[in-house]
Design a protein around this ligand. Sequence first.
Ligand code: UT7
Length: 337
Amino acid sequence: MNKINAVITGVGGYVPDYILTNKELETIVDTTSDWILERTGIQERRILKGENLGSSFMATKAVEELLAKTNTNPLDIDLIICSTTTPDFVFPATANLVSDDIGAKNAFSFDMQAACSGFLYAMTVGSHFIEGGRYKKVIVVGADKMSSIVDYTDRTTCIIFGDGAAAVLLEADDSNENLGFQDAFLRVDGAGWKHLHQKAGGSRRPPSIETIEKREHFVYQEGQPVFKNAVTNMADAAALVMERNNLKGDDVAFLVPHQANKRIIDATANRMGVGHEKVMLNIQKYGNTTNATLGLCLKDYESRLKKGDNIIFAAFGGGFTWGATYWKWAYNGNEIK
Ligand code: UT7
């Protein structure tokens, strides 16, 4: 029997309509459009407006697009993994809401929490479910309504984040072409939590008037230590995955990096020896959408991806979590309508 490979067979994505520009941020906090662009590469980000709309709203839109593009019947889906840091509820899982929205009656589902590395972790976990042989179709969807936990009086964080969702379909492939998931290097340093977290709202510090008054329900980030760790670890992870798969810069068709800061992305590409024309970049229009960044990059660059392309994904996030994965792309993106 041939080895079963997990291949990506489609991409879907969704960003809300409302565009929060750097210029508008100038009217909200003490910042300038030029500072934001120069220090992060971001020009604008999307914000989900409307009552009672959470991350599942965007996740469902992304998955609906994915199902339509891949002509997939939701009843054929075996598993939905939703990576999110801003779930609709503490429980149940956001993945369950998506599964109900799309009518995935024969699936099971769960959420994954690895902050900005969530989609990278979830794609890897999803691919292992398929390689194990019992599951044929797995949806991985990353979704975050970061605007629900961003403090719009904190100029060091509110300029960075945006809202969005993106999804991929993973399918079993026993064609012997050796496409799809190849390798993953994933790591965590739990001691890093101090530098990037949400102080209240969990079981350690449940919501109270005090936690609200102290503004503890928002993202707390110490930018410098996070930046330094992100640059080193994302670049090291990507270089390691390339090395142990005998890949040189020229062998890589695209780097798909987490979109946290253009300077972190540039450092990773330089370390890998990958030209900037091969780096997927959309931070300028979406900012950091946390769990949606990698999938939204795939959506934006899908038409340029070719069967057999070597793709390196790399991410770093709160936790600290980080890693890099190596995939062989499984279809010609320019043939997708
Ligand atoms: O995706 C999850 C992981 N997160 C990340 O990877 C984020 C990593 N960190 C970063 O991207 C950067 O650290 C930031 C974009 C958050 C900040 O950029 P920075 O170049 O590291 O700035 P800084 O924190 O060193 O601050 C430099 C100066 C400070 O002023 P002083 O003390 O030198 O007078 C800040 O107060 O820039 C000031 N500053 C701002 N000025 C204008 C900080 N934020 C702003 C702002 N507008 N929005």
